[in-house]
Design a protein around this ligand. Structure first.
Ligand code: DX5
Ligand code: ZN
Length: 214
């Protein structure tokens, strides 16, 4: 299992150092949660912050946009050094135009679905995507409980991809830790985001290594 620590749970006053710490601890990707206080009821950070911390690790930066109008800001996140940009199928931007814009900047595009959104919502876009992110909590905050009932969506997306000969990664985000990762792995998830489970651990390297075993 690939593990992407969510920087949402880090000490923002030393975010660069926290990224360096996660890099050394063996993180596969860095997961950066961008929230606009409109699409979700929380505000985090934007492209300028990502640009500053980009130099602290060479690992892929997986930028999760929880914002209402992602299309308006793709250039900013591309300039900041994103490797993967995921945005929500429930957003207000045109989905195809946003995917095309991400690809035009040489970045891997991913679509995210909230808990109340069915897997089928991403089916029209699968052939253009590098990744689908299935939320296993309501987006907005770290530290929530894992929603195991989201996992059948992983199977449904995988099945549809297989049927159409599409190769993409499935990522899961929210409430993932030692107690829940086995279920995600069993469902066929390729990449797990982990905030609390990694940042609240005494030994981040050990926590990441354990999760990667699945
Ligand atoms: C929630 C974010 C997640 C969150 C995960 O909106 O997308 O990335 O930080 O945190 P944990 O692992 O604590 O649920
Ligand atoms: Zn996230």
């Amino acid at each position: 299992m690939k593990i992407a620590p969510s920087l949402l749970s880090c000490d923002f006053s030393v975010m660069g150092d926290e990224i360096k710490r996660m890099d050394k601890a063996g993180a596969d990707w860095m997961h950066l949660d961008v929230m606009d206080g409109h699409f979700v009821p929380n505000i985090t950070f934007g492209a300028p912050v990502i640009k500053w911390v980009r130099t602290y690790s060479d690992k892929p930066f997986d930028v999760h946009l929880m914002i209402s109008e992602p299309l308006r800001y793709i250039d900013d996140f591309a300039d900041a050094g994103a490797d993967i940009i995921t945005f929500h199928v429930e957003c207000d931007s045109d989905i195809d135009a946003t995917i095309d814009k991400i690809k035009s900047r040489g970045i891997k595009p991913g679509l995210v679905i909230k808990p109340n959104t069915p897997a089928e919502a991403v089916f029209p876009y699968l052939d253009k995507l590098a990744l689908v992110l299935v939320m296993t909590v309501e987006p907005g905050f770290g530290g929530q409980s894992f929603m195991a009932d989201m996992l059948p969506k992983v199977g449904a997306i995988k099945e549809e991809c297989k049927r159409r000969g599409i190769d993409l990664l499935i990522e899961a985000d929210g409430g993932i830790g030692e107690a829940t990762i086995a279920q995600a792995a069993q469902a066929g998830v390729d990449v797990c985001v982990a905030g609390t489970a990694v940042f609240k651990a005494d030994d981040a390297a050990q926590a990441i290594a354990k999760l990667q075993e699945y």
